[in-house]
Design a protein around this ligand. Structure first.
Ligand code: NAP
Length: 312
């Protein structure tokens, strides 16, 4: 028999887990599907300093785990390692295909987040996981007393450069423009950090190495076109993220950059389908805003369930 639930949440990051807390508290049968560990992208963040209630900061992993415990404690079910393979509309319900089984849901909240973008330069594929990394928390400890480079100029690049500076001997921050886009306090910390060297207005043209190990990166100046080789043992890429919208292609509208379009309550162009977190376009992509959007989406999904059943 097909399983029937009220709110299916796809993605167990801050947006999805907060939606689960609110859905369960509204006494809706709430089920979260997460492909990996609960916490989503946040588990790869070394340290979160701007989530209210943690004056000293908190590790991304601990924050993700706490949200998971809270969602389960409130009565939501969280199925980890359960990838949703497809979503289709059947009448007013959604049918989710999960590991070959169908799950019927009255509403869906898409909280699939975004994945790190790649540079797409020669050497990247060859050295991925063997010197090129997208997660400082996971791979940083491999570079104790070594030399690493970080590429990107946003909050992720600066925050993770600061984290890596606690482990590595030298950190080189490479950014393609003369100005960083990161939050001012992160920029200041990087500029004044004795172990961090800035390489502004440089792009990486190639990742160099031999015998399965990175030896350095070839940089090109965007000011005078000159080239330099920077010897490094590892490269951490933080050049932005791509929204994960494959599951809703054809179900709801996306914006020109591929993010899901929603109204103020998180409702997409498809009735009963909501979206929250980094899969939605908004200026401030933070844990706190992902949580807020998850709460809004679940509250409105629960309201939609009541009004839908009245008009059935
Ligand atoms: P982001 O803000 O989009 O920054 C991406 C950076 O990578 C930009 O500096 C961009 O350069 C650079 N870049 C993009 N494509 C590139 C390429 N092909 N080659 C070289 N450089 C390239 O991404 P993010 O830092 O991952 O942050 C994503 C979102 O999460 C942001 O909204 C951010 O505020 C948020 N976040 C918040 C925190 C926090 O509050 N603690 C921590 C992490 C992330 P340009 O500047 O030239 O475009």
């Amino acid at each position: 028999m097909t399983e029937k639930i009220d709110i299916a949440i796809v993605g167990g990051g801050p947006a999805g887990l907060t939606a689960a807390i609110y859905g369960a508290r509204a006494r809706a049968k709430t089920l979260v599907f997460e492909t990996g560990l609960p916490g989503g992208q946040i588990v790869t963040a070394s340290w979160v300093e701007n989530y209210p209630g943690f004056p000293q900061g908190v590790s991304g992993q601990e924050l993700g785990e706490s949200m998971f415990q809270q969602a389960v404690g409130q009565g939501a079910e969280v199925r980890t390692l359960s990838p949703v393979e497809g979503i289709r509309l059947e009448g007013r319900d959604f049918v989710l295909l999960v590991e070959g089984q169908e799950v019927r849901a009255s509403t869906v909240i898409l909280a699939t987040g975004a994945v790190p973008k790649k540079l797409g330069v020669p050497g990247e594929a060859e050295f991925a996981g063997r010197g090129v990394s997208w997660c400082a928390t996971c791979d940083g400890p491999l570079y104790r007393d070594k030399v690493v480079a970080v590429v990107g100029g946003g909050d992720s690049a600066t925050q993770e450069a600061l984290y890596l500076a606690k482990i590595a001997r030298e950190v080189h921050l490479i950014h393609r423009r003369s100005e960083l886009r990161a939050t001012q306090c992160l920029q200041e910390e990087c500029f004044f950090h004795p172990q961090i060297t800035m390489h502004l207005s440089y792009v990486i043209e190639e990742i160099l190495g031999e015998e399965g190990k990175i030896r350095g990166v070839r940089l090109r100046s965007r000011v005078d076109g000159s080239e330099k080789i920077l010897p490094v043992d590892g490269l951490f890429e933080f050049v932005g993220v791509e929204p994960q919208t494959q599951l809703v292609a054809g179900l709801c509208e996306l914006d020109e950059n591929g993010f899901v379009k929603v109204d103020v309550n998180g409702l997409t162009s498809c009735p009963g389908l909501y979206a929250a977190g980094d899969v939605v376009c908004h200026d401030l992509k933070q844990v706190v805003t992902a949580c807020a959007r998850g709460a809004l989406a679940a509250t409105h999904a629960a309201h939609y369930l009541e009004t839908r059943d009245l008009s059935a």
